[in-house]
Design a protein around this ligand. Structure first.
Ligand code: SF4
Length: 379
């Protein structure tokens, strides 16, 4: 059994190990996957932290270096988060001048979860209310604050710090995901939170810390480091796909609905297994019977644009024949002018065509299109 460290029962993976306790130790030795998206998220977090600290009076701080990531995007989205967060801070300060505000605060909840701690983006403590706000830069999955265990663990950590100083009765949590236009807020009484911590969290965390409990597959598998090779997940997916299709030759509506409901999970799982097998074959030379490694299609490209232009000109082709000039894209134009001037000068000339109609699960955040006939006419 590997030694237990802070990452094993982390707050950010609590949604998984609370559902599937043995997954915590089963994945403990698998290295973290560092993706470009995670690095971009860290850069955006640093910028968000800088803006909040600046608002709180730490004016000497130097802005963080965000490397080669899209500075305009990071600036815009961290502004949205900072507006939300600072509005919360100032609103509560009007009522309670002694408000405590903590940025990137280490929150220890090890009295419930072995070696458990995390870092809260923003914690506000005032009189009888504790607020925990989390900034998420991802744009893949909308995250809800409701019963979100990461936020509940942070709140427990914050209560450990300040519960004895204030008579906190209510915990408010919020997740701000500006790239998905998502602000999710939720509240729970301290009594209910502590009841959950004692009777649900603690017993499961004890199992998880020992690598015990039942493996259980579900939506929480999507970010598990075992997701490609986990037998439990494979069993669930194959069970889900098993469906007794009856005569006649064409599927009926119920059968199509069944496939729609499971298609997303199945395709994600198949993609995970495929990526795993492909990485093994490319990186470790593993051979899979019936499969081979090939080169993907690639496009021709100019090796040296200056040389190409020179050869063309020397052979009688004019500049207008070999070069074309086009307007820079909307994002670059907005960056060039700044949002305000862009809006003033060009706002009337920017159109936003309707998006292509798509069938999505009803849990999707986008508003349903009701006037299908009108939409089809314009489309
Ligand atoms: S893939 Fe799912 S079932 Fe398997 S260990 Fe991970 S969370 Fe548990």
């Amino acid at each position: 059994m590997p030694p237990l460290n802070h990452a094993v029962l982390s707050a950010s993976s609590a949604y998984r190990w609370l559902e599937c306790p043995p997954s915590a130790l089963a994945t403990a030795d698998i290295p973290d996957e560092t993706t470009i998206y995670a690095q971009e998220g860290s850069a955006a977090h640093e910028m968000a932290e800088y803006k909040i600290r600046w608002h709180l009076g730490e004016k000497d701080l130097a802005p963080p270096n965000i490397g080669n990531f899209n500075a305009e995007e990071i600036d815009r989205y961290t502004d949205s988060y900072a507006y939300y967060a600072t509005d919360k801070i100032e609103t509560i300060r009007k009522i309670c001048p002694d408000t405590i505000v903590m940025v990137e605060q280490r929150l220890d909840f090890s009295n419930y979860v072995k070696d458990g701690f995390g870092t809260g983006d923003l914690v506000i403590v005032a009189d009888d209310v504790l607020q925990v706000i989390d900034f998420k830069y991802g744009k893949g999955v909308t995250v809800s604050a409701e019963h979100n265990p990461q936020m509940m663990l942070y709140a427990l950590g914050a209560l450990n710090l300040y519960g004895y100083l204030y008579d906190i009765k209510t915990v408010k949590t919020a997740i701000v995901q500006p790239r998905l236009d998502n602000i999710s807020e939720w509240e729970i009484s301290v009594d209910e939170l502590l009841e959950w911590a004692e009777n649900t969290l603690k017993p499961i965390a004890e199992l998880a810390a020992k690598g015990e409990g039942e493996f259980k597959a579900g939506n929480h598998c999507r970010f598990c480091k075992l997701r490609a090779v986990c037998r439990k997940r494979a069993e669930l997916m194959l069970e889900t796909a098993e469906y007794e299709f009856k005569e006649p030759a064409e599927l009926n509506d119920d059968e199509i609905l069944h496939i729609l409901t499971i298609a997303d999970d199945l395709s994600k799982w198949a993609e995970d297994v495929y990526s795993y097998a492909q990485a093994k074959a490319i990186n470790e030379g593993k051979s899979w019977s019936g499969f081979k490694i090939v080169e993907g299609r690639s496009k021709r490209q100019y090796a040296d644009e200056n040389k190409i232009a020179e050869v063309c000109r020397n052979n009688g082709y004019t500049m207008s024949q070999i070069y074309k000039s086009t307007l820079i894209g909307i994002t670059d134009m907005e960056k060039l002018m700044g949002r305000k001037i862009f809006k003033e000068l060009l706002g009337d000339y920017i159109i936003k065509p309707k998006g292509r109609l798509t069938l999505v699960p009803e849990t999707d955040k986008r508003e349903e299109v009701h006037t299908l006939d009108e939409f089809r006419k314009e489309f």
